[in-house]
Design a protein around this ligand. Structure first.
Ligand code: HDE
Length: 725
C-alpha cells in the first residue's frame, strides 16, 4: 500500500474489511486451499522415465485444485452496467438542516462520518468494453450507515428511457448487442435501439440527454449523479416528503468532444478507470455535494408533469436543490474482483427515514436488484465483505449456498420461548413503514400525466448553451471576434447523425427523424438531411420555448477554476530549457495538476547546456509514439532552439499540436516553442491571441497562451519551494 493510502482517513468499513484482507509477501509461501504447503506449482505429477515426460496423473490434487479453481473464476457479468470501476470514501452532512424532512441519521447527524463505496459504470457494453463510449454512466453509492446499508443506485443523467419497469427487459434487449451476431459492443448506434426508442416516445427526453455531451464524460469525477427515481423521506413527526437525490461534482461537469472519446476508446480503453485511481493516488480525491429536491406530500399534484414519472425532471426553478452534505472518494480498491465485481446494490435497501414512492420504475427496480444478485452471487451475497453492513446483523434467515456465518443457539424463528432475536419497534430504531392511504382500481395502466413525452425533451434542448451545441472545431469563447474562422456544427446533431447513420434499415431512421419533429422541427430537419430520414412538414406540437439553466452542464462550472488533477503534456527534445521545465512542472504539481514529459525516447533527455549522455538529463514519462494528445488536458512546448527544431520536424509532434488545438485543449508555448505551434497550425499565432494587460504573455480565446520568455515570478519560486521541499 502506498504511503498516501496509509495516511488517509480510515472509515469503519475499511477497518471492517481488514479482517478479510491478506497481504502477499515474500515470506508467505503457497498452500493449497486446504492449507497444505505446495512444493511445486509448475509441474503436474507425471510418470516419467527421466528422458520423456509420461502421462499426467489424475491423482495430483495440487494440479487439479489449481485448474478447478481457474475453471470457475468467472461469475456472470451484470446484465447491464457490466463495465465499471469503484472506490471507497465517506459522506458527511454539513448540519442537521434535513431533519425537517427526515429522521434518517445519515442525512441529519453532522457528527457522523458514514463510509461509502461507489461503483461507476457504463451500461451497454460488456465487462471488457471501452470506458469512453457514448453511454449513460452508472453512479451507484453504498452508504454503510449505523442503521444498515443504504444503496443509492443512480446514473449521471436525471431521467430514464422508460416509465414502467415491465418495459426494462425490452429496452435492454434492444439496446444491447443484437441477438443474431452480438454487434455492436459499447454503442447504441444500431437498428434495434433506434427502432425501440422510435416506437417508444416516452424515451424521447432521455434520448436527448444520451445524444448530448453528458454521455461522453471527461471523467467519472466530473459528472453529476442522480437517484432518478422519486423516493420519500419521513420526519420524526411522521410527515412524508417526496425527494430526488443529486450528486454535484466539485470539479464541475466536463465532457470530451466526440472525436476524443472515439480515439481514447482505442488508445486507452481503461481511461476512466485509470483516471479515478490516478486522481486519488495523486492527492486529488474527488468530491461531490449531495443535494435534495423535496416536495411535501400535499403538493404532489401541483405540477404539469407527474412527479413519480422517471422520464421527467423536477425543474430547479420549481423545486430548488438544497445542498446537505458531501462525499469524498479517497481510496482505490485493493482487489478488483472481491470489491468492484462483487459489490451488489439494491434500490430496496434503504434505512429508517428514507422510503419509496409509487414511481412504477422504482417499484420494479426494488424487485429486480435483489433477484439479479441471486443469480450473480448467490443467496448469501450480503455476507460478502464488501456488501456486509458495519452495524450488527441478526435475524432468523438461515442456510443457503455459501452460508459463512455460524449462528449459535437453539432457535431460528420468532416468537420463541427464549425471546431470542425479537423485532425492534420503531421507537427503538425499527424501520418506519409510512402508513399511506391507497384507493384505486387494479388495472394495467399509467397515470394521466404519464402520457406527455415531449415538453421536457424540448426544455433540455432549449437549455443547452452554444458551447454544448458547438463542434470541436469551434472557439471556446462566445465573445470571440474570430468565430467565423470555424465551421459551426452541433454536438447533438452530430451525435444523432452518427448513431442513425449506423442504422441500415430505412424504416428505423425514418421513424426516428419523424419522432424528432415533435421535439424540435429544426433539429429534425437537419438530422433528417444528414441521415436520409423523413420529417413531418409542420410541427406536431406547439413549442413552449422554455429553458432551465441547470440542465446545461456549464451551469456546474467549478466555483473556483482549478487545474487540480488535470493532465498536462510537456513536449520536449534534447536542448530544451531545463530551468523552465523544472519550474513549470513544480508549479503544476503545486496546483494539483499532473505534468508528463513526452520526448523522442523514453530514457534521459538533455537540457540545453548539458552534455548529451552526461549526468544532467531528465527522464521522460513517455515516447512521442506512446501517448497521444487526447490523453491530456493541456499541452506545453518549452523554449530551447534545438528542442523546438526537433519538434517542428517531427510529424507526430506536429499532429499532437494540431489535434490538441482541434480539441480546444489549452496550449502553452514559450520562446522558440511558439514557433512549433505556429508551424503546426500553419498560422501566425498572434492571429489567435489577445494581449494580456501587462503584455507579458498573450492568451487567446482559442486556449493558446504564448510568451517570448519565461520569467521566474514569486509564485513560481514558491511552487518550486513547495514541490522540491
Ligand atoms: Fe438498473 N439494474 N434497472 N437502473 N442499474 C442493474 O442490477 C433495473 C435503472 C443502475 O454498479 C442490475 O446489480 C431495472 C435506472 C446502476 O452494480 C439490474 C430497471 C437507473 C446499476 C437492474 C432499472 C439504474 C444498475 C444489473 C427498470 C438509474 C449498476 C446488475 C425498472 C437510476 C449497479 C445489478 C452496480 C444495475 C435492473 C433501471 C441504475 C438487472 C429492472 C432508472 C447504476 O438489477
Amino acid at each position: 500500500m502506498t504511503s498516501t493510502l496509509q495516511n488517509i482517513f480510515q472509515t469503519a468499513k475499511i477497518k471492517d474489511l481488514a479482517a478479510d484482507s491478506v497481504e502477499v509477501t515474500g515470506k508467505t509461501g503457497i498452500t493449497t486451499d486446504h492449507g497444505v504447503p505446495v512444493p511445486d506449482t509448475d509441474n503436474w505429477l507425471k510418470v516419467t522415465n527421466g528422458r520423456n515426460s509420461g502421462p499426467s496423473l489424475l491423482e495430483d490434487q495440487i494440479a487439479r485444485e489449481k485448474i478447478h479453481r481457474f475453471d470457475h473464476e468467472r461469475i456472470p457479468e451484470r446484465v447491464v452496467h457490466a463495465r465499471g470501476t469503484a472506490a471507497h470514501g465517506y459522506f458527511r452532512v454539513f448540519d442537521d438542516r434535513a431533519a425537517k424532512y427526515t429522521l434518517a441519521n445519515v442525512l441529519t447527524d453532522p457528527n457522523r462520518t458514514t463510509p461509502t463505496f461507489v461503483r461507476f459504470s457504463t451500461v451497454q457494453g460488456s465487462r471488457g468494453s471501452a470506458d469512453t463510449v457514448r453511454d449513460v454512466r452508472g453512479f451507484a453509492t453504498k452508504f454503510y450507515t449505523e442503521e444498515g446499508n443504504w444503496d443509492l443506485v443512480g446514473n449521471n443523467i436525471p431521467v430514464f428511457f422508460i416509465q414502467d419497469a415491465i418495459k426494462f427487459p425490452d429496452f435492454v434487449h434492444a439496446v444491447k448487442p443484437e441477438p443474431q451476431n452480438e454487434v455492436p459492443q459499447g454503442q447504441t448506434a444500431h437498428n434495434n435501439f433506434w427502432d425501440f426508442v422510435g416506437l417508444q416516445p416516452e424515451a424521447s427526453h432521455m434520448v436527448m440527454w444520451a445524444m448530448s455531451d453528458r454521455a461522453i464524460p471527461r471523467s467519472y469525477r466530473m459528472m453529476q449523479g442522480f437517484g432518478v427515481n422519486t423516493f420519500t423521506l419521513v420526519n420524526s413527526e411522521g410527515k412524508r416528503f417526496f425527494v430526488k437525490f443529486h450528486w454535484i461534482p466539485e470539479l464541475g461537469v466536463h465532457s470530451f468532444v466526440w472525436d476524443e472519446a472515439l480515439k481514447i476508446a482505442g488508445q486507452d480503453p481503461d481511461f476512466h478507470r485509470k483516471d479515478l485511481e490516478e486522481a486519488i493516488l495523486n492527492g486529488a480525491p474527488p468530491k461531490w455535494t449531495l443535494g435534495i429536491q423535496v416536495i411535501p406530500e400535499e403538493r404532489e399534484h401541483d405540477f404539469e408533469f407527474d412527479i413519480l414519472d422517471a422520464t421527467k425532471i423536477w425543474p430547479e426553478e420549481l423545486v430548488p436543490v438544497e445542498e446537505i452534505g458531501e462525499m469524498v472518494l479517497n481510496r482505490p480498491v485493493d482487489e478488483f474482483f472481491p470489491e468492484t465485481e462483487q459489490v451488489a446494490f439494491c434500490t430496496s435497501h434503504v434505512v429508517p427515514g428514507i422510503g419509496f414512492s409509487d414511481d412504477p420504475l422504482l417499484q420494479g427496480r426494488n424487485f429486480s436488484y435483489f433477484d439479479t444478485q441471486l443469480s450473480r452471487l448467490g443467496m448469501n451475497w450480503e455476507q460478502l465483505p464488501i456488501n456486509r453492513p458495519v452495524c450488527p446483523v441478526m435475524n432468523h434467515n438461515r442456510d443457503g449456498q455459501h452460508q459463512m456465518r455460524i449462528t449459535k443457539g437453539r432457535v431460528n424463528y420468532w416468537p420463541n420461548r427464549f425471546e431470542a432475536g425479537p423485532p425492534i419497534p420503531q421507537s427503538h430504531g425499527g424501520y418506519v413503514d409510512f402508513e399511506q392511504k391507497i384507493q384505486g382500481i387494479k388495472a394495467r395502466a399509467r397515470g394521466e400525466k404519464f402520457q406527455e413525452h415531449y415538453n421536457q425533451a424540448e426544455l433540455f434542448l432549449n437549455s443547452l448553451t452554444e458551447y454544448e451545441k458547438a463542434s470541436c472545431a469551434f472557439p471556446r469563447s462566445s465573445h470571440s471576434s474570430k468565430r467565423t474562422l470555424f465551421r459551426s456544427q452541433n454536438h447533438l446533431i452530430n451525435a444523432f447523425s452518427f448513431e442513425l447513420s449506423h442504422c441500415d434499415d430505412a424504416k428505423v431512421y425514418e421513424t426516428y427523424t419523424k419522432l424528432l419533429c415533435t421535439v424540435n422541427l429544426d433539429l429534425a430537419k437537419t438530422v433528417a438531411a444528414n441521415v436520409g430520414g423523413q420529417i413531418n412538414e409542420s410541427p406536431t406540437r406547439r413549442p413552449h420555448g422554455k429553458k432551465s439553466s441547470p440542465l446545461s452542464q456549464l451551469y456546474y462550472a467549478p466555483k473556483k477554476p482549478t487545474i487540480k488533477s488535470r493532465r498536462v503534456a510537456i513536449l520536449l527534445a534534447d536542448g530544451f530549457n531545463g530551468t523552465e521545465v523544472t519550474t513549470i512542472s513544480a508549479m503544476l504539481k503545486a496546483g494539483g495538476a499532473v505534468p508528463f514529459l513526452i520526448g523522442p525516447r523514453r530514457g534521459k533527455i538533455f537540457p540545453a547546456g548539458k552534455e548529451l549522455g552526461g549526468d544532467g538529463g531528465v527522464f521522460v514519462d513517455h515516447h512521442f509514439e506512446g501517448q497521444r494528445s487526447t490523453m491530456f488536458d493541456a499541452l506545453l512546448i518549452p523554449s530551447g532552439k534545438e528542442s523546438a527544431d526537433m519538434l517542428k520536424a517531427n510529424g507526430r509532434c506536429v499532429h499532437w499540436v494540431r489535434e490538441a488545438f482541434g480539441h480546444l485543449k489549452a496550449i502553452g508555448a514559450i520562446g522558440e516553442g511558439v514557433e512549433v505551434v505556429r508551424r503546426a497550425l500553419k498560422m501566425d499565432v498572434t492571429q489567435l491571441t489577445f494581449a494580456s494587460p501587462d503584455d507579458s504573455a498573450v492568451t487567446s480565446s482559442y486556449g493558446v497562451v504564448t510568451t517570448g520568455s519565461y520569467k521566474m515570478t514569486a509564485a513560481a519560486a514558491d511552487a518550486l519551494e513547495i514541490v522540491t521541499g
